[in-house]
Design a protein around this ligand. Structure first.
Ligand SMILES: Cc1cc2nc3c(=O)[nH]c(=O)nc-3n(C[C@H](O)[C@H](O)[C@H](O)COP(=O)(O)OP(=O)(O)OC[C@H]3O[C@@H](n4cnc5c(N)ncnc54)[C@H](O)[C@@H]3O)c2cc1C
Length: 197
């Protein structure tokens, strides 16, 4: 099966990216309707340990509940499959990425977005530069070098793995940025996604 975008990691950044991609549907944009997205997620997001009182506009919420709410929002737009499995290998074959899960399932995609957090990076097959994460006060946290979130052709990195501050809104924001970039490429022009009452 060929997906348009595969996102590796379903935490703050990965799910925010998936939500923005999915929310391009149902707006009368012909190019958006056939797009299919896949999120691989080991379900180990740091948000699961958090109780957030500092997300702008939200009084307080358990991180786990926030993740569930984002998943429901994604479901309501449609077009996104979420697989509870880790990615072990990603290789570029021609114009497509081949993405292999730990069960041996292999999927292809035009774009890959890496969102697996800053605790480490051991996915085989990609030529990426993994360095110490300068934003984390704790040793051993990593980031992947990028330019405007782009690591290589059609390969992006977001969230703490992109070296952002470990705050929900920064990580979610990077997911939105990359989703809008990918959608704009599909549209052939810059797009915005704004909902109105
Ligand atoms: C105790 C604690 C309290 C916090 N409190 C706050 C707070 O008050 N306010 C705030 O804004 N932020 C808070 N945070 C930080 C916030 O949770 C993180 O900044 C945010 O979750 C990082 O988002 P991310 O997308 O980079 O990574 P994560 O949300 O950690 O998501 C990464 C996802 O990728 C998955 N994954 C990893 N490897 C693979 C693989 N090979 N294949 C598939 N999936 C993979 C993981 O299982 C995980 O689900 C807190 C964090 C902790 C730990």
């Amino acid at each position: 099966m060929v997906y348009h975008v595969i996102i590796v990691g379903g935490g703050a950044s990965g799910l925010s990216c998936a939500l923005t991609l999915a929310s391009s549907r149902g707006r009368g944009w012909q190019w958006a309707e056939d797009k299919r997205y896949l999120v691989f997620d080991l379900e180990g997001s740091d948000l699961r340990k958090a109780f957030l009182k500092n997300v702008p506009g939200i009084e307080s919420i358990a991180g786990k509940e926030l993740l569930e709410k984002i998943r429901k929002q994604i479901e309501s737009w449609g077009g996104v499959d979420i697989l509870q499995e880790g990615v072990v290998r990603i290789e570029k074959k021609g114009n497509l990425f081949e993405v292999e899960g730990s069960s041996g399932k292999v999927f292809n995609a035009e774009y890959v977005v890496l969102a697996s957090g800053f605790h480490g990076f051991d996915i085989k097959g990609l030529k990426v530069e993994v360095v110490e994460n300068p934003k984390s006060p704790k040793p051993g946290r990593v980031m992947i070098k990028h330019e405007n979130y782009q690591v290589d052709e059609n390969l992006f990195v977001i969230g703490t793995l992109a070296g952002l501050s470990s705050h929900f809104t920064s990580c979610a924001g990077s997911g939105v940025e990359v989703a809008i970039e990918i959608l704009s490429r599909y549209a052939g022009k810059r797009i915005v996604i704004h909902d109105v009452p």
